[in-house]
Design a protein around this ligand. Structure first.
Ligand SMILES: N[C@H](CCC[C@H](N)C(=O)O)C(=O)O
Length: 277
């Protein structure tokens, strides 16, 4: 049976977007892995499903699957692509689109300049997926990862994030070595995305992210939000921060605790296709 899809990307974090409103879609973890495979499938970091709404006052349900087949709670770069997709496909007319996710509802704002702003919701410091935070609200934690004690911040953007501050050259950061170890550390029973943040000044950071269920990606939207929030809690960042990732730059705004985080950046359609499934 043929399935239509659209390949999209947000700062090089790439997606296979599937309309599950006008197509009947049933995909198990193995089929997701096959679609995401960069040699035997289409290739992407995440598969995104566009579904009819489930939550009140939302226009769609937005489902996210990592390349390893796991379904997750939130994806920031994917949210911007979701907005662009439903608009281009004529599934939505409004510039402001409210969608439901496994982490609750978020608002997507299509802007006149072609970028998309997303209200990513209020960061959570004592969520079930990071029980460590329930024990203490200190924004920084010492974590013994092997022989090195690391200073680490942890926050949920609906999905779990660990954030490490890196003082020296970000290109030399041990992303491939420490990323998977922290992703699977018992402190994060549902796994974690791991951000390596280098502060440039109070309004700019550089960031690399080892993503749960994928590995290092060219950009991570929720990771950019998490890093900015932790940096701000550490008293090092202002409320508007440019986050430079290997794939490009996001603007992250957060007034402070109890307020939602806003992420602004691009969303690009790459090609449409069909695949047998
Ligand atoms: N790997 C993430 C999901 C995708 C997040 C990322 N692509 C973004 O833009 O936020 C997780 O397992 O929570």
């Amino acid at each position: 049976m043929r399935m239509r899809f659209t390949k999209m990307q947000g700062l090089g974090n790439d997606f296979v977007v599937i309309d599950a409103i006008r197509q009947r879609i049933e995909l198990d973890a193995e089929q997701i892995r096959q679609l995401a495979d960069r040699h035997f499938g289409i290739g992407c970091d995440q598969v995104l499903l566009v579904e009819p709404p489930r939550l009140p006052e939302t226009a769609f349900h937005y489902r996210i699957f990592n390349a390893d087949g796991t379904e997750v709670e939130q994806c920031g770069n994917g949210a911007r692509c979701f907005a662009r997709y439903v608009r281009d496909e004529g599934l939505a007319e409004a510039d402001l689109i409210r969608v439901g996710t496994a982490a609750g509802a978020i608002s997507l704002q299509l802007r006149a300049d072609g970028q998309v702003s997303v209200d990513m919701g209020v960061p959570r410091f004592a969520p079930a997926e990071i029980p460590l935070l329930a024990r203490s609200r200190a924004p920084a934690y010492d974590l013994g990862a092997g022989c090195r004690a690391l200073r680490i911040g942890a926050v949920s953007m609906g999905n779990p994030h660990a954030v490490l501050s890196v003082s020296d050259d970000l290109e030399q950061a041990p992303v491939a070595e420490l990323g998977p170890r922290i992703e699977r550390d018992p402190l994060f029973p549902r796994g974690a995305n791991v951000g390596f943040m280098q502060r440039q000044h109070a309004a700019a950071i550089r960031l690399r992210v080892w993503e749960r269920g994928v590995g290092e990606t060219l950009a991570c939207g929720t990771g950019a939000c998490a890093a900015m929030v932790i940096g701000r809690l550490w008293g090092e960042l202002e409320e508007r921060v440019e986050v430079s990732l290997p794939g490009g730059t996001l603007l992250i705004e957060w007034p402070g605790e109890g307020s939602p985080v806003t992420m602004t950046g691009p969303a690009t359609r790459v090609f449409d296709g069909e695949i047998d499934r």
